[in-house]
Structures are given as C-alpha cells and as structure tokens.
Design a protein around this ligand. Structure first.
Ligand SMILES: [Zn+2]
Length: 510
C-alpha cells in the first residue's frame, strides 16, 4: 500500500500538491498527474448526488425502452438535461425528430461526444432479476445498454462544460444525439446533413462488462435493405394458377441467398426476417417483404449487396412477381478507430480505474452467471489493456463507423454489464439497470470527461490524432454507402411502439 493513501473517493485516492492533484489508481497504485481543469470535471462526477442523478436518468430511459426513431421521451430527457445545464440544443435534425445536437462554448477546437438511446425489440426484462422475467412479454428492452451510454455522455459533457467555464477553456463541446443506432440509421444522415463538418475529434462510448478501448479496423460494414415483392391474389384451392405468390418470391430469394453463402468471402454475415408473407392460406399473397442485413468488410460489402439484389431479381423472374421495392434503410462502414485517441483514452481509463462493486452487485452477477451456465466470476476487478486490431473475421456493426471516417474517433467501453451476460438478450437488459449500471456509466463519464479535457488543454494530443486521421483519409476518402435518394425510415418501429408504449408507461418511474 502506498503511504499517501489516506482516504478514498469512489475507487480513487487523492492528494493535493501545489499545482496539481496526484491520483493513485487503486488497481495499479500508479501515480498520475491531474491538471486542475481535469480535476474540476472529475470532482463533479465523483459526487454521490451526481451519480444518483444520472443513474436515475439512465433507469428512466431503460424503462421507456423506445425503439429507433421512436425515442421521443428518451431524447427529450437527455436534451432537456443538457439545456437545463446551459447547452444550446437543436432538435429534429437530419430529417429525424429524435436527433439532436447540444453545444456549449465557441470556436476551435470542437470536441464531439456521441449519444445513443434506442432499445431492442422482443427482449423486455425486469431489472436486476437473474432469470427471465419480462416487464411486458414481447415488448422492447435495453439489451445493449444504450440507456447507460446516453447518460454517461451527457453527464460527461456537463462536467466538461463546468470545467470550461471555471478555467476559461477555449473551444466547443458538442453532443450528438444519434437515434436508431440499433437500426444503423442515423449517422450517415447526420454526416450528410453536415452536422460533423467542423468537429475536430469525437469521443464515442459503449457499455460493456469491462473498461477498455481499442484502435484500428473492427466490426462489419452493413447494408440493411427491405425487399418487397408484388404478386396477384387468387383462390389458393379454386384457381391457384391465376395467382402469383409474392411469398414464393421471398422464399426463393432466401433459398438463393443461402446457396450464395458458400461462395461469399468468409468475412461475410447475412441474416433476414420475413416482415410480411400474406394473411390466410386460401388467398395467394400478393404482397410479401423480407428484411436483410448484409455484412462484410468495407471493400467487399457493395459487391455482396449486388449479388443479394440479384437473388431478389431472380426470385421475381422465377415466380412471375415484381420486385416492387428495394429500400435501403441503412448503409454503414466498418469502424476505423484512431490510435492516438485510443492511447489517450486508455490513460484516462487507467486513471479512473474499475468501480468498487458491493456484495449485492457481486451476488447478482454470480447468480446471473450461474443461471446462464457461464463461468461464475462476479464483476471485474481490473481495467483492460489497450487492444490492438485483430484479424477481421466479421462481427457486429455500428454506424459510428461512418463517423470514424470523417473525424478522428475512438470508443471508450465502460463497465456495468455483468460479464457473461448475452448482448441483445434479457440478461443484458437485466444488468443495465440499477446500482452497478449507475457506477459503470459514471466511470465511463469520468473517462470521457477526462479525455475531452485533455483534448482541449493539451494541443499536441489533438494534433497527433488529426495527423493520423489526415494521413489515412487522404488515402481513403469517405464515401457513404447510402443511395443518393435514401431518407430516414421514420415509421420503421412505429407499430411496435404504438402497441407497447401504453403498457410500458405503467412501469415508468414517477
Ligand atoms: Zn449498442
């Protein structure tokens, strides 16, 4: 134990020296110098009333469980909190009512923080219950922790704003309220609308079971498309020969794409759900639609999409139906995370350290792990080391990818989710609520705020990130995969939310 350790404030130990604070990270006993500017931001976030205030906001968004482009309550709670804290808020941007941008300060540098707040369908679950027990059967739930992420971002931004005011830091902090991340929709449209044009660097974040960051290329590029076929109705028993089944076209398309899989590069992923396939067996369906996610590397995605579209064309030809609409609702790049930024984030992750989990939080984690049949190891004790890029073999996607190609960007993954909880599953919904989530998002907010302050106050850090980005983007200029005529699909989740919102409302906090 270090002899300077005298008192403890949420996982960190402090001692004041003449010009700066010295912090001892519990996990590493590492001495790090913290500037007064950074100290101001961290002090605000470390207060127990701050942790509770934002914890309650996160839990409220968790209970709203709003799907993409339907996040009216969630977006207004986040944007309203920023407005109350003195940010200038613009809403309804880039053609999306739930998209917002909140700004404080003026001039350069402009540092951006990304905010997400949408939920996922079908995975409703009660908070902090270690077995499956939905709030409302079939309703949406926060199975990716976007309730924690939105809240981590705004609390960090407010902490940074306070430090900017107090220490007269020059520049602009800008928060990007980005709807429908789960549907991979908003960022390409926000970029197209010019919202990121003057941003010098972006801090992204994601909830996780660990505390980490990474650099390089990761995740898959993705094109999300709804294919709709038009046929002719007929009596399925009396005169099926006069009908043309749109459902047959969907099925033949799916057979064709499943044969196609063998001849796609191993880095691909492809999955679909049938949205519409007729109403009763005795009427030949004249309308059917199928929703595809086509994933691959940036280099291979467009060719793969073309081959999938050809399967749809062939299915229409084979069935005598029409391929009525090919609607691209999202098209995004892989992540290209900035190394200089990731190195800076890593230092701040180590500075903040892993939160201290209490017995109840450890018990819940162990119970959940046992019920999931995964290794029973409780909550994590240490932050992770900086992750270099691995071999690309395919995987998930985020529209943050497009942001990484227009400005230096990297992601802070903060803890709170139980290790072993399955993403997009009730177990993650269960663990993104309550005290461990509050502590995790607060740790994330501290790493975000500390990194933003560094970018404002240490010009060399921003220069390093910009130089790396400029060199890369000169060789790889950004080009959106979105078709020119694509517009945000505002009605995508309307029916579901119209159905579940009134039921979920009964469970909102007071
Ligand atoms: Zn997510």
């Amino acid at each position: 134990m270090n002899r300077f350790m005298s008192f403890r404030v949420v996982g960190l130990l402090f001692m004041f020296t003449a010009s700066s604070f010295v912090i001892f990270s519990q996990s590493h006993d590492k001495i790090l110098s913290v500037s007064p500017e950074k100290r101001s931001a961290l002090e605000y976030l470390e207060k127990s009333e701050t942790i509770e205030k934002y914890g309650r906001i996160s839990d409220a968004i968790w209970s709203y469980a709003e799907l993409g482009l339907e996040e009216f309550r969630s977006a207004s709670l986040l944007a309203g909190t920023l407005e109350d804290a003195g940010f200038n808020v613009e809403t309804g941007l880039a053609g999306m009512p739930t998209c917002f941008v909140a700004t404080y300060g003026s001039g350069k540098p402009v540092i951006g923080i990304l905010v997400e707040y949408d939920a996922l369908p079908m995975i409703s679950q009660q908070g902090r219950i270690p077995h499956r027990e939905p709030v409302i059967e079939g309703a949406p739930g926060h199975g990716c922790g976007h309730n924690m992420m939105g809240t981590a971002s705004i609390s960090a931004a407010i902490a940074v704003k306070q430090a900017m005011e107090k220490h007269r830091i020059k520049g602009t902090i800008r928060v990007f309220g980005s709807p429908a991340e789960e549907n991979l929709i908003s960022r390409p449209f926000m970029i197209r609308a010019g919202l990121f044009d003057d941003v010098d660097a972006v801090i992204d974040n994601h909830s996780s079971s660990g505390f980490s960051t990474a650099y390089g290329v990761s995740g898959s590029a993705l094109i999300s498309t709804i294919f709709t076929f038009k046929g002719v109705t007929a009596h399925s028993g009396g005169s099926p020969w006069s009908g043309r089944s749109a459902l047959d076209a969907v099925e033949i398309m799916n057979v064709a794409t499943n044969y196609l899989r063998e001849h796609l590069h191993y880095s691909h992923r492809m999955h679909y759900v049938i949205l519409e396939g007729g109403h009763v067996p005795n009427v030949v369906p004249d309308k059917a639609s199928v929703w595809y996610y086509v994933r691959n590397s940036d280099e291979r995605i467009e060719e793969m999409q073309e081959r999938v579209v050809n399967c749809a064309r062939a299915a229409a030809l084979a069935t005598g139906t029409e391929l009525d609409e090919v609607r691209v609702i999202g098209a995004i790049h892989q992540r290209h995370s900035n190394k200089a930024l990731a190195e800076l984030f890593q230092r701040n992750i180590e500075l903040v350290g892993m939160p201290e989990w209490d017995e109840e939080e450890q018990d819940f984690a162990r119970q959940l792990q046992e019920n999931l049949g995964t290794q029973v190891r409780g909550m994590p004790e240490k932050v992770d080391s900086l992750r270099p890029p691995g071999l690309f073999v395919g995987g998930g996607s985020s529209d943050v990818g497009d942001v990484t190609l227009i400005t230096p960007t990297a992601t802070i993954r903060f803890p709170g989710v139980v290790p072993g909880a399955i993403s997009h599953h009730w177990s993650t919904v269960s663990s993104t609520y309550g005290s461990a989530a509050w502590k995790g998002l607060n740790a994330g907010a501290r790493a975000i705020a500390a990194s933003a302050i560094d970018l404002f106050t240490i010009p060399e850090e921003l220069e390093k990130a910009r130089k790396e980005f400029d060199e890369y983007s000169e060789m790889n200029p950004y080009r959106s995969f979105l078709p020119e005529d694509a517009v945000p699909f505002l009605e995508l989740n309307r029916q579901q939310m119209d159905k579940y919102r009134p039921m979920l409302r009964e469970h909102y906090p007071d």
